[in-house]
Design a protein around this ligand. Structure first.
Ligand code: NAP
Ligand code: F7E
Length: 333
């Protein structure tokens, strides 16, 4: 069975993709950064079959060592500084990791594989944030890119560098332009998880309100478990290409609040939600909605989990987590 190397193993998608590849019999290697990474225990517990390799996207030597250790047939480059709001605060670091990190991986593969480059397949985690100030609705593979944040700009660099390695070296390098995808494993900094956790805590009487930013922004939200299937499918194609992965539906942040509060039986959430300019962004992406027809026609991919089901799943999971946490606190002598 093939070997796969995943960067970003500690993230939401790294975990789902590892589970998928392990279930298919792959030998899975994950790049983990930092000395004593606090998420290492969680990864070892959640996906014990994954072999961890120390490395950093900013350190090309460590990437070449990771290639040597894992001898990958497939490389999934999921590692990034991925929180858009944070990318304004650390624009240079975001560029070093999220933009230059892609070049470092591509160049490591090229140097390491040498004459056997055609044996390796590469996936780049591109993003709907590249569409930014959208020039077409819905957005598709050919839509002009107009990023609105240092994160978006970095992803555009990685996207075109992936295409360039495909065109320059004939590398099997594909780019998945994924729209927002969420799950109970989503980081707490992202709006869906922030809301699902807060709603669960409000339901349990542990919190009084949620402080939010822009409630009018619209996103095409899907389920991460569905989206990692699309990543794998891209690398099984005879020819590398770029694909939009999306549901084709869009919802506002207000709709997200509707769905999350409905899951705990609350119709009118106005008394629980406060807005604060601190959560507004210097430049917002107002509307994202993807056209996934190429992925459907070529890959045979379609999402299984819809918006309301996704948000209900996240609230239910956070209710369990917060209940357990509250019990542990009352049990403490
Ligand atoms: P995530 O949960 O934020 O995970 C990001 C991963 O990148 C973490 O494992 C993190 O490791 C790792 N990382 C950060 N800096 C690194 C560095 N210098 N060297 C090596 N690894 C580093 O992101 P995700 O939601 O799983 O998304 C996966 C990828 O898809 C990202 O590239 C993201 O930009 C992209 N994407 C995500 C979405 C979405 O809606 N989720 C949509 C489109 C594209 P630590 O835990 O050590 O920080
Ligand atoms: O924001 C608005 C915010 O941080 C969604 C990343 O995975 O998807 C993600 O990027 C929307 C924005 O995700 C709050 O202004 C309002 O309009 O959950 P988010 P994102 O910025 O769309 C793309 C595809 C990626 O590639 C990224 O890596 O929600 N919003 N109030 C808020 N957002 C947050 N985080 N917190 C708020 O309080």
């Amino acid at each position: 069975m093939p070997n796969a190397l995943i960067t970003g193993i500690t993230g939401q998608d790294g975990l789902y993709l590892s589970e998928l590849l392990l279930s298919k019999g792959y030998d899975v290697y994950g790049l983990i950064r930092g000395q004593n990474n606090p998420k290492e225990r969680m990864v070892r517990r959640t996906v014990p079959g994954v072999k961890l390799i120390a490395g950093d996207l900013m350190d090309m030597a460590s990437l070449i060592r990771a290639m040597d250790t894992s001898s990958p047939d497939e490389i999934y480059n999921l590692g990034a500084i991925s929180y858009v709001a944070y990318s304004w605060q650390q624009a240079k670091l975001t560029s070093d990791v999220t933009a230059m990190g892609v070049l470092n991986v591509l160049e490591s593969v090229r140097v390491w594989a040498g004459a056997d480059l055609d044996r390796v397949r590469f996936y780049q985690a591109s993003s709907s944030e590249m569409f930014g100030k959208v020039q077409e609705v819905p957005q598709r593979e050919t839509t002009l890119l107009w990023p609105r944040s240092p994160y978006g700009v970095s992803k555009v660099f990685g996207h075109y560098m992936t295409i360039n390695y495909r065109e320059s070296y004939g590398m099997h390098a594909s780019s998945g332009i994924l729209f927002n995808h969420e799950s109970p494993r989503r980081g707490h900094e992202f709006v869906t998880r922030k809301v699902s956790q807060a709603v669960a805590r409000i339901s349990l009487g542990l919190q009084d309100e949620i402080v939010m930013g822009n409630l009018d922004a619209k996103r095409d939200w899907g389920y991460a478990g569905d989206y990692v299937e699309a990543m794998w499918l891209m690398l099984q194609q005879p020819t590398a290409d770029d694909y939009v992965i999306a549901t084709g539906d869009t919802h506002s942040v207000s709709d997200l609040l509707d769905a999350a509060f409905a899951a705990i039986g609350v119709d009118d959430w106005s008394g629980y939600v406060r807005q604060d300019p601190a959560f507004m962004r210097p430049a917002e992406v107002d509307l994202l909605i993807g056209d996934p027809s190429k992925a459907r026609d070529v890959l045979g991919w379609k999402p299984a989990v819809g918006f309301n089901e996704l948000i209900a799943m996240m609230v239910e999971s956070d209710l369990e987590i917060e209940t357990r946490r509250a019990r542990r606190l009352t049990d403490t002598p």
